[in-house]
Every structure is written in structure tokens, then in C-alpha cells.
Design a protein around this ligand. Sequence first.
Ligand SMILES: Cc1ncc(COP(=O)(O)O)c(C=O)c1O
Length: 377
Amino acid sequence: MCLCYFICKNSEYFSVISDSLMNKDFYCTEQSKPQLTKLVNIFSCYYICNSYHFEIVFKEQQNLTSKDLHKNLEQKLAQFHEREDCILYASCFDANAGLFEVLLGPDDAVLSDELNHASIIDGIRLCRAKRLRYKHMDLNDLEIKLKEAQSSRMRLVVTDGVFSMDGDVAPLQGICDLAEQYGAMVFIDECHATGFLGSRGRGTDELLGVMDRVHIVNSTLGKALGGAAGGYTVGPKPLIDLLRQRSRPYLFSNSLPPPVVGCATKAVELLLASNEIAQSMTAKTMRFRNNMTKAGFTIAGSAHPICPVMLGDARLASVMADDMLKFGVYVIGFSYPVVPKGKARIRVQISAAHTDEDIDRCVDAFIQTGRKHGVVS
Ligand SMILES: Cc1ncc(COP(=O)(O)O)c(C=O)c1O
């Protein structure tokens, strides 16, 4: 199940293949095989790398004949999140674009964290509710905004469960406390949590013990759950029924292709059957974070597999990322405008497919390139 990226030295193109596929000689011509060099990909969002799990690829074939593919996946996702019902979209961007306009009218208010994902921002733009932006993860500011929204008919607090640039986790307990105090509903975007956060991988709401206090969850199939594409909303059945009638990206766009549904279904089944994958993520994440911190690097966020190696300077982040490639480690530097000015970083993302050796190799490469550029001694 180890996903690796291999680079064909004589080619300008990357081939993304798994060890299992490699062993079966798929995608790999006899000519190119001897030239392949193993490269650890430690920046992608695949988390669990299920899309390349042989069992999933196999299952996908079986499922192609099923008529109830989409319904079955919706039921499994609702079960996984312990919510009443689920609706599938072509992406989580669509799920976010299609929710707020349906749920909220001009008499309602939406309270949104200022660093929420672009798709949430766009989705909120499409609705006619009063918009109140609260400071990032700031409960005092959220309370001020909730007080401001008391005359509205309905209030919805909207936050990413985990913020992808810093890997910081929303203070959901405090958010739920305030929402209950001021009569608001809570929505979370779980793209960077579903499948691996919490003891059973249910997400941020499980991690923080608020699964029964968060009303609506949107998430993606494009990261931990299959890694291909797709998104969904889970929540109360009347809401999901309403989305099926009114949500524009659902009504006016193609549904997910069956092979993608097949992959995602198997990924959810694996997660429902065992907590092993979810739990392995914590140990791997902490191995990377602890060893990097010991070496003198600053890693933002807390215990999340998104591990931003903070460097500050945009050029340094880019040059260091290039140098890491020389050690066989594929990472990408992020700088303004993706992150604020002066907060450039290399964003590492730990996946269940990484072995301890992969992680140690990455840390070692960081230490060597960090020394070269005077980041660590
Ligand atoms: C927090 C968050 N929400 C939504 C999305 C969109 O997900 P999708 O790729 O399924 O459209 C992303 C993807 O990067 C994300 O990080």
C-alpha cells in the first residue's frame, strides 16, 4: 500500500505509480524500469493513499456493474460520520458552493472564520444571509459577532475543522458552547480531517468530542477517502432532502463517475472496519514533528499531519524545496499570496503510506539542506 512517486530520469514527466502496481509491471515499460529512482513524496494531500490500494482498484472493477453505487456510498458516509443522511457532489468545492444559498436567506446570518477555505468563501458569497467574519479561531470575536446576529432568524457558524495552511485545529468545543448559548448551528469543512483525525478517523468533531454538537459536515473524497475526486455533505435528513431539490452544483452538474465512487466506497469500508490506519497516522506525524523540532526547525500547528516547516523567506522556501529533491524528497515551498507575507514554508504532509524509514529520510534531508542554508546548525 505504499504510494511512492517515481521519477524517470530521462523523462520530464513524473509517473505516479504504487509499489504494488510497479511490482505488477503496470505503467512501467521495460525500457524505463531500470532508470527509475525512488522519490518520497511528502507533500501531497492523499493522507491515506487509498487511491492506489490494490484492493480498492480491484473493488472498483467489481462495482462498475452495481446500480446503487452512489446511494450505497452516501449511506456509508452518513454511517461513518454518524449523521442521518448524505449527498454526494463532484467535489467538496461544489458541496461548499451548493450549501449556504439553499440553507440561508436574507433574514439569516452566517458567521465565518476569516481564514476559511476559498470554496467556503465563494459559497457564502452566493447566499443572501448577513455575513459576519470573525478573527481566526478567536472565540471572543465569535461571541461579539454572535451577539450582533441575535436579531437574525437563524445563525450558522462556519469553520474549517483543520486549516490547511497551518494545520491548526478549530476550537470546536468553544465554538459549540457559544453556538448553543446564542442559538446557532455549526458547520465544519473536514477536508483535512476525514479519515484520520480522531481515534476512529471520523474527523475534528470526534477528536474534540463534539460529534453530536456539530450539525453539518462537508468533506472531500479527494484526499484521505480515495484520493481521486468528489465531495459530500452529511447532516440532518431534511437538509439533505432539501439539497437534492435545490442545490445547484448537485442539480446542474454530472454525478461522480462510477470508478471514483467504487474507490471511495472501499476506502470508507476499510475505515469502518478498522481504526488501524487512522491511528497509525498519529505515530507517524509525531515522529516527523518531534525529530524536526529536535533538529531545530519550527513546525507550525499541533499534532496534525500537515506539518508546515516555517522558513519565513519565500526564496529560501523555494530553493530549499529544490535542494530536497536532490536527496530524493519531493516537497513544495508555499509563499505569498498562498500564505501571508513573511510566512513562507515548506508544507510537509504525512500519509499512512509513509514508512518510518521514509520519514527519517525526509528529516535527514531537511537537516542537510537546512544546514546548507543556515536554517539549522
Ligand atoms: C478545506 C478545503 N475545503 C474544500 C476543498 C475543496 O475540495 P475538493 O478538492 O474536493 O473540491 C479543499 C481542497 O483543497 C480544502 O482544502
